[in-house]
Design a protein around this ligand. Structure first.
Ligand code: ZN
Length: 249
């Protein structure tokens, strides 16, 4: 490679390096916008609202299922009560009937006792279900109140975040303009490769510092250092894949 080509290669990498610096400057602004106290609180509230919504959904499903069970149970109990009433009045009839046997009477009394126990059991279960419904409803309301408060705060913060973003938009626009003009100075092949490496590394170019890759700190073999010094193409770190940049400073 002649001195002219070498100078050309250095200039190409310098232009790409400047482009990267401009990208870093822009992403610094973007990160600042993303990490203002309002933004962080917004993210926290978003997470909170999501989990509260999940609790609300779960509770309303639970309440619905309890209510269905209660309807079924109430129906069963009222049928049992109907039978109880029937058998009780039959007992009255049998008692007045001289022809009925003691055996019939005992059997009927046994049935009535059993029905009584079943009704009591049903009533106990219904009370327990009502207790569960009440408990779930209270939790539902507490969660819903807290969620609605959080939602109001969230909406206000969102407006604030939008305002913050808008206030810094001119700054971002300047960075974009700067990047657009810098991109015209960068070799298109280099820029394409740069953008590919950027998919894996936020900062795709690494300077060589003391014969090491400035990105991953791996020592670079002599043969590679020589290659970097003599090529006008791209040399990537074998370890991390970043584009290596050799500078004399
Ligand atoms: Zn590396």
């Amino acid at each position: 490679m002649c001195a002219f080509e070498e100078g050309n290669a250095v200039r190409k990498m310098e232009a790409l390096w400047s482009y990267q610096e401009a990208e870093i400057a822009k992403s610094t602004v973007e990160n600042e916008i993303r990490s203002t106290p309002a933004r962080l609180q917004l993210a926290k509230l978003h997470k909170q609202l999501k989990s509260q919504q999940a609790v609300i959904t779960k509770l309303s499903e639970e309440i619905e299922s309890y209510e269905q069970q209660l309807v079924k149970l109430t129906d069963q109990v009222s049928k049992l009560e109907e039978r109880l009433q029937m058998e009780s009045s039959e007992l009255v009839t049998i008692k007045q009937d001289d022809e009925s046997t003691a055996e019939e009477m005992t059997e009927l009394k046994g049935d009535i006792e059993k029905l009584n126990r079943e009704v009591s059991q049903g009533v106990r279960e219904a009370k327990a279900l009502l207790g569960e419904i009440e408990k779930a409803s209270e939790e539902y309301q507490t969660t819903a109140r807290s969620a609605s408060k959080a939602k109001k705060e969230y909406d206000a913060l969102r407006v604030q975040c939008e305002e913050e973003k808008e206030a810094r938009q001119p700054e971002l626009d300047r960075h974009d303009q700067n990047l657009a003009s810098l991109s015209k100075t960068v070799d298109p092949v280099l820029l394409e490769r740069y953008n590919q490496v950027k998919q894996h590394h936020a900062v795709p170019i690494a300077k060589i510092v003391n014969s090491k890759c400035g990105g991953c700190n791996m020592s670079l073999p002599m043969v590679m250092l020589k290659k970097i010094a003599t090529t006008d193409g791209i040399v990537e770190c074998e370890n991390c894949g970043r584009i290596l940049y050799h500078t004399n400073d």
